[in-house]
Design a protein around this ligand. Structure first.
Ligand code: M6R
Length: 607
């Protein structure tokens, strides 16, 4: 993954590079570094861990120069220590890299045979040595970049500075995104437009295979065949302001509490509050006659898609497949020509999902994207964009992005049902009412905050936790388990409650809390039987249900937390919130780094 930023300019580069890195920290936080040209020589500062460590180092050892590059790392090749931190440098060049150089071992052997000495365990260092050898062989830096592009395999974005050339910044993109920023007498590159937002609003995006020569006067872009090309320069709508935590202790907590507002913002794009009429943007497929839809996503977004499958099939009688993006294209799926594939992603940059999108397009699919970041690669490449309006999500554990994805998918299922005539006008009216009422119901769930905080004390000492749910509560059980794993580092599994007796029941013991999601829906009685089975084996149940559900089985639980009653259709959105809060409060007890949990990154841009 990693975030990269570069400046060829006239003012001091380092503070602006560091500011850009802070905006890219969501892409990784294992180490950070900057390199600039000082009197024509490459100088570097690098630090293990967060960008704040690099900032501390720069206070002790400032770095001058008006041309430079910066990097925040999510380690792929080589331990996350200072030695492996980017930029990687030789006597001639310094390089920052996002992605993976797949043929690095072969290139390294070739470069070592030519006498190059490697200092790190990274794949990136081969790029620095390759460019150096090409320059030492007599190529100009620009020609060396062109030649290197034909030798490197894999997915990458690169930014390069060259010793003795403060007027030059080289950049390249294959697979991983890269934006070019146009300033006044300065030029910039960054992994996304957000990194460049305080520097300029004028942005262009490199296409796959492009490489570029940036000087203080502008940029010349070349395509994969080294032909000069022009890429559209547009004004970004992204704001340069950094998002704050307000009065909350963590971004995750703030984002959980923002949900009534952002679900409301999202629904306003799709549901008319007066008439409750649902309107989608123009789709590249006719919902009335569509034969099948694929939903493809990763992680939390995959669980949103998994809820939507129940909705789409039950309400609209539209066959729906849900696919994990990293498996989808390698499975060589059978896709109907002209079918609709929908890709769900907060960031719009997750490489597994983006690659799946490109694969589906190559197989003749029409593409819709449900994305939170409006200028992301998926948003730009889709035929139709169904935007979520969660606003910037900073906490690595996704919360408000998930419930806003669910809100959009609920609107989609509703629109498909109406187009296909599968629900009566009366049921459609009730559903529209239920969708429009979600923000208020979610506020009602947040009112249970104190009781959920108290229940966290039961879960925090556990080594293993089970989450159970049936129907649309099953993906929420998996999402709840993922949240707990991510931020508290407790092993947790989400199971279909009916599946428990087929194996996981062996795990039931007094020290394995069982979190049961039991909305009052068509599956309630069966879930209640599963709760009995857990109790019969001494399991400790933490129950989430409504008043009626708690009246029926609340006595079987060590903690029974009442949530507002609702139409079962919207229950998965409501029941997402307590599992987020539970994970949050458990992590708070455990004292983990909630907003930046170990080993994770907000946006996963490597396979
Ligand atoms: O940006 P995306 O929605 O495509 O990201 C997909 C997953 O990487 C993401 O949901 C991940 O699982 C989160 N850390 C979940 O909290």
């Amino acid at each position: 993954m990693c975030g990269i930023v570069g400046i060829v300019g006239k003012g001091p580069a380092t503070p602006r590079l560091v500011d850009g890195l802070l905006r890219l920290e969501y892409r990784g936080y294992d180490s950070a570094g900057v390199a600039t040209l000082v009197d024509g020589h490459i100088e570097r500062r690098r630090a293990e861990g967060r960008i704040r460590n690099l900032e501390a180092l720069l206070l002790e050892q400032p770095l001058a120069g008006s041309t430079g590059i910066g990097h925040t790392r999510w380690a792929t090749h080589g331990a996350p220590n200072e030695n492996n931190a980017h930029p990687h440098a030789t006597e001639k060049v310094a390089v920052v890299h996002n992605g993976i150089i797949e043929n690095f071992a072969e290139l390294k052997a070739e470069l070592v045979a030519k006498g190059r000495k490697f200092a790190t365990d990274t794949d990136t260092e081969v790029v620095a040595h390759l460019l150096t050898v090409l320059i030492l062989e007599g190529l100009s830096p620009e020609a060396a970049m062109a030649a290197a592009m034909h030798r490197l395999h894999g997915a990458f974005a690169l930014a390069v500075i060259v010793a003795g050339r403060p007027d030059l910044l080289l950049a390249a993109r294959r697979g991983s995104p890269l934006a070019i920023g146009y300033g006044e007498g300065e030029m910039y590159v960054g992994s996304d437009a957000l990194a460049l937002a305080p520097l300029t609003k004028m942005i262009s995006y490199l296409d796959d295979g492009d490489w570029a020569v940036l000087t203080t006067d502008g940029a010349q872009v070349y395509d994969q065949n080294d032909k000069k090309v022009a890429r559209e320069v547009r004004e970004t709508v992204l704001s340069g302001a950094l998002v704050g935590k307000g009065n909350f202790q963590h971004f995750m907590q703030k984002e959980i509490f923002e949900q009534p507002a952002v679900i409301g913002d999202t629904l306003r794009s799709y549901v008319n509050p007066a008439t409750h009429r649902v309107t989608l943007p123009e789709l590249p497929a006719d919902l009335a006659t569509l034969k099948r839809v694929q939903l493809v996503a990763c992680g939390t977004s995959f669980y949103a898609a998994s809820v939507a499958r129940y909705w789409i099939e039950q309400l609209a009688r539209l066959p729906c497949d849900v696919e994990i993006a990293s498996e989808f294209r390698y499975r060589d799926p059978v896709l109907e020509e002209g079918g609709l594939s929908m890709f769900v992603s907060q960031s719009g940059e997750t490489i597994d999902t983006l690659s799946a999108l490109r694969f589906a397009r190559g197989r003749g699919q029409k593409i819709a994207a449900i994305v939170n970041v409006p200028e992301s690669s998926m948003a730009r490449e889709a035929d139709a964009l169904l935007a979520t309006h969660a606003g910037p999500e900073i906490g690595v554990a996704s919360t408000k992005a998930f419930t806003t994805q669910l809100a959009v998918l609920a609107a989609f299922a509703f629109a498909a049902a109406r187009a296909r005539g599968t629900q009566s006008p009366e049921r459609l009216a009730t559903l529209a009412q239920a969708i429009a009422g979600i923000p208020e119901k979610v506020s009602g769930v947040l009112a249970a905050d104190d009781r959920i905080r108290a229940a966290a004390k039961i879960v925090a000492p556990a080594r293993d936790v089970l989450y159970l749910g049936r129907g649309t509560a099953f993906p929420i059980a998996m999402e709840g388990a993922l949240k707990l794993k991510e931020i508290s580092y407790i092993h947790a599994e989400g199971y279909a409650a009916g599946e428990m007796k087929h194996g996981p029941i062996a795990l039931i013991a007094p020290d394995v809390p069982v979190i049961v999601l039991a909305p009052n829906d068509e599956w309630f009685e069966k879930t209640a039987s599963n709760v009995q089975e857990v109790r019969a084996r001494g399991g400790q149940v933490v129950l989430f249900s409504d008043k009626a559900g708690i009246a029926k089985i609340g006595n079987l639980a060590v903690a029974a937390i009442e949530l507002p009653s609702c139409d079962p259709f919207v229950a998965p959105i409501l029941y997402s919130v307590p599992v987020q809060l539970l994970a949050y409060y458990v992590a708070l007890i455990k004292g983990t780094d909630i907003d930046k949990p170990r080993n994770l990154a907000k946006s996963v841009t490597v396979e």
